[in-house]
Structure formats: C-alpha cells, structure tokens
Design a protein around this ligand. Structure first.
Ligand code: NAD
Length: 333
C-alpha cells in the first residue's frame, strides 16, 4: 500500500524502512508534519501515518478524503491530534499504537522526578564549570512521601509500581480503576483528594475535553505547598500560566515536563539559532526548578521498535481487510 509518512525523522526513516521489509509497503517520507499547508502531499495515498503534533483536524481530513486517503495511522498512543468525528464522517479509519512499552514513559517520569528533586540538572551544569558547591541542591527523601497519579492506565500503573518500590505512599485517580494499581499497594481517591494530599503529582491521563487544564489556578490553590509536578502525558493537561504563577509563589516546588501545550510549533526541531517568540516557554526555562524535555519519554529502542512494527502491521491488516485491533473510534461509535 502507498503510505505517506509525515513528521518522519531520520530514525523513523531508517527503522521504518527496515521493518517494512516484512510488509512491502511503498513508503514516502515527509519531514513536514501533516497540516492544512502540507495535506496536498498526501494526495493519492490511501494511507497516511502521522505523529503527535500533526494537525489532523476536520479540514485536513476533508482534504485527505478528497485525495483518496482511507486510513490514518498515528505512531503514538495519544490521538488527541485527530478529529475522530470528522474522520468517521469521511469514512477514514484511524489506528494508533495501543500498547508499546509503558515502561519507556513511566521510567522517564521517574527520571524527571529524581532529577528535579535532587537538582541533577543544576549539578551537571555546576560541576562542568568547576563549581562543586552544594548550596541550593538540597532535595528530600522520596521514601515515605505521598505520590499522586492521575490516570492509572498502562503508564500510570507502571509509574505507581516503581514509586511503591521507592517506599512511597501512592494514591491515584481514574474514572476506570484497575485492580493492578491497588495490588501494587496503591489506593484510589477522588481527584481533589489526590491533588490535595500529594507531595509529588504525576499526570498519566489522556488529553480530552474533561482533562484539559486539570492542573489550573483553582486546583493549584489547593495543593500542598512545594508540590513537585511531573507531566509526561500531554501539555494541555496543565494551564501553563497558572503553573508559572504557582512556581513564582512557591506553591509548586518544582515542575518537570516532557510535554507543553504549545509544543507543536517548537518540539522535534532545532531552534537554537532562532528567536523563540513563545514567552511562556521562555519564562518556564528561566526557573531553576523547572526541567523541560522535548517529548522524548517514549524514545527507547524497545518502544520505537514496537511503535513502528505495530503501525506497519495495522496498515497491512487494513490492506487485507482484516480486523483493526488498534482502531480508535469517536466516543459512542
Ligand atoms: P491508557 O489508555 O492505558 O491509560 C489512560 C488512563 O487514563 C486510563 O486508565 C483512563 O481511564 C484514564 N483517564 C481517562 N480520563 C481520565 C480522567 N478524567 N482522570 C483520570 N484518569 C483518566 O494510556 P497510557 O498508555 O497509559 O498513556 C497515557 C497517556 O500518556 C497517553 O494518553 C498519552 O497522552 C501519554 N503518552 C505520552 C508519551 C510521551 O512520550 N511523553 C508517550 C506515550 C503516551
């Protein structure tokens, strides 16, 4: 099948080409992300593959349908960048990668937490310039602390298990509780209780209308002073301006984010020689207690291998008219 692969980085090209030997699809790689200005590149391709910051909105889906596209395969777990209702209206099916290594993201969230709490990012910079002073680098023992987990799906549960192993008291919130979370020694509580009791809060729910800005000025007014907040899920879960205000007055003791609400115009590119006009991100990186990474939590050999293999297998299943086990449909469909 002819597949237009958008947002294709060097590693995507190399690994997809290798994995495709078993499938034989005709892959065309586009460095650009899929959006209104680039959708013409998908003309005549029955399948397109996208990534987290492509803009697969109603207009793009209409253009895709007109150009003959019938399948959108996102190389991600999250699918908030795709208008599922519009896709269904145009008869375009959507597949994602339901299950790749949840450990990749959970372990990264733990890494961010450890670095943030013990100021490893600052220690790294200090020692490289010969500064071995400890002032300003004091953290706290995680053992015995209360760690809140919002969203206890595959990643949230893996994160909860690791934190339980650190000797933390793990509490979580999820509208669909999972017995494995409690089996790991964690317990469920209402969202307000999780946010109010946590000394560390890690977000692992998808971005939906219900979860957008789940961390906002109002919820931050009720957190324990000095809360460490970790977000490896989606930027839109956090109201960035409210987080900045909470960092300024100390309600947030630290913020570690791998995702950012306006990341689409920034991430996955080298902008080091450009003027960045996004004042919010510039303010964020000016805080010593903010750690920012560019959506790399998924980026392990194991996860990428599974993501690409699953994407190609879904395209093959679609071509053969087989069941699409990783299909996502609009709510209620
Ligand atoms: P999952 O589907 O296994 O789990 C998501 C959980 O969130 C589910 O248990 C669901 O019930 C819960 N949830 C839904 N609405 C909620 C709400 N209002 N409050 C609390 N919980 C709610 O997904 P997963 O594999 O664990 O992935 C979680 C998220 O992580 C993805 O949606 C994606 O946004 C993000 N992610 C980020 C990266 C990265 O590289 N940074 C990589 C993969 C996934």
């Amino acid at each position: 099948m002819r597949v237009a692969v958008f947002s294709a980085k060097r590693y995507d090209r190399a690994l997809l080409a290798e994995a495709n030997a078993a499938h034989g699809h005709d892959l065309t790689f586009q460095e650009a992300r899929l959006e209104a200005g680039t959708v013409s590149l998908a003309q005549g391709y029955p399948a397109v593959s996208v990534f987290v910051n492509d803009e697969v909105d109603a207009g793009v889906l209409a253009a895709l349908a007109a150009g003959g596209t019938r399948l959108v395969a996102t190389r991600s777990t999250g699918f908030n960048q795709i208008d599922l209702e519009a896709a269904a209206r145009h008869g375009i099916r959507v597949v994602r990668v339901t299950d790749y290594s949840p450990h990749s993201v959970a372990e990264f969230a733990v890494g961010l937490l450890l670095a943030l709490n013990r100021h490893l990012h600052r220690a790294y910079e200090r020692t490289r310039s010969g500064n071995f002073e400890l002032d300003g680098l004091m953290g706290f023992d995680l053992h015995g602390r209360t760690v809140g987990v919002v969203g206890t799906g595959k990643i949230g549960r893996a994160f909860g298990r690791i934190m339980a192993g650190f000797g933390c008291r793990v509490i979580g919130h999820d509208p669909c509780p999972h017995p494995d979370f409690e089996a790991a020694g964690a317990r469920y509580a209402p969202l307000e209780a999780v946010m109010g009791e946590a000394e560390v809060l890690s977000l692992h729910c998808p971005l939906t209308p219900a979860t957008r800005h789940v961390v906002n000025a109002e919820s931050l007014a009720r957190v324990r002073r000095g809360l460490l907040l970790v977000n490896t899920s989606r930027g839109g879960l956090v109201d960035t301006q409210a987080a900045i205000d909470a960092l300024k007055d100390g309600r947030l003791g630290g913020l570690a984010i791998d995702v950012y609400e306006q990341e689409a115009d920034l991430f996955f590119r080298d902008l080091s020689s450009e003027i960045i006009s996004d004042d919010l991100i510039q303010r964020l990186v000016s805080f010593p207690n903010v750690l920012l990474t560019g959506h790399q939590a998924f980026f392990t050999r194991e996860a990428i291998g599974t993501i690409l293999a699953t994407t190609l297998a879904s395209i093959t299943a679609f071509e053969r008219g087989e069941d699409l086990v990783n299909e996502v449909r609009p709510p209620g469909a």
